[in-house]
Design a protein around this ligand. Sequence first.
Ligand code: PMP
Length: 392
Amino acid sequence: MLTEPEMESGAVSKRGIEIVRGSGAHIWDADGKRYLDMGASYGVCNVGHCHPRVVSAITEQARQLVHISSSYDNPARRELMERLLEMAPGTGGRVFLSNSGTEAVEAALKFAVHLTDRTGLVAAKRGFHGRTLGSLSLTWGPKHRKGFEELLPKTTFVPYGDPEPLKDAITKDTAALVLEPVQGEGGVHLPPEDYLQAAADICHDRGALLVVDEVQTGLGRTGRTLAVEHSDLVPDILCLGKALGGGMPIAATILQEGHGPVARGTHGSTFGGNPLACAAANATLSVLRDEGLADRAEALGHRLLLGLEALEDPMVREVRGIGLMVGLELKRTAGPHLRGLMDRGIGAIPSGATMIRFLPPLVIGEEDVDDTVAAVKDVLGSSQNGGATPGS
Ligand code: PMP
């Protein structure tokens, strides 16, 4: 029998562990070993694995209707659109539903080009917006782009966090500036407080749209339902994905009131707005609200940040983050330490070569945070003594 890595395209880097079950902040491998999922599968499982309300919403919807194209109306989809428009800053608008973060960004790009009748795009250095060819054009990392140039031709990059270069970069040909409120994949970078609003003002001065990519920061992750709430920003277009479906694939592109409707046929998606995913998303949004998970992310994120800072380990270059989006930048490669953590039952994720990143389910407890800090201390300490795995 072939193993999964033997059949997979080769594009995906594998951990060599088979996960068969999840509950709350924990996952179990085929041998019954339990791991604390401090990466939440790249920031997807904000409400935890198999949240009972998400599971029952999926089960009930599956009995009613698994799929119907978005050319028909459907109550689960209508409810989700209403909730998203209520949640998004500003005064409502329009929603396009798709299946992944990169698709949410692709839709935003097409809508921005369509609505402004311009083709220029501006994005930030170190930014990440997806891996399909349109969103890849705005993804900065050479590791992702290598071998795929030329991408969308009229794309320029500016340093993240400084509004000054935007004044030259955004011109009368610019359809949109695309930014993350906190850069995730690029290494957990927070901009200065007034950066996003300054960027919005420059865009609007020049007739361009501001697209805010909250695929990673959205839905409680940074201590607010949306990260733009930290700065009262109203984006022209907002992208959501990852955590929206409580583990089901769903993403949303939300146009602020006044931008849209777009012309019929501008975009489409066969599975976008699938009722099963919409039902899961409705339950997920209810859990986020009823369990106060954004506040929990703020409090526990603070505890994690302080705990990691207090290690004062000489191998640590910097600890930074907001809410439960925390990065531990090392002075050496993170890979062996990530493996060391996994051996100790803590599943964290990388961000570049030297960062250990934590994007846990927002349902983790204080003891989980403390266990993580203790495991990091152990891993860093044992590697100073010559090895990052227990007993080595
Ligand atoms: N935008 C951001 C900010 C992301 O972090 C990601 C995924 N890491 C994406 C877009 C792409 O999402 P997906 O992998 O679901 O296509």
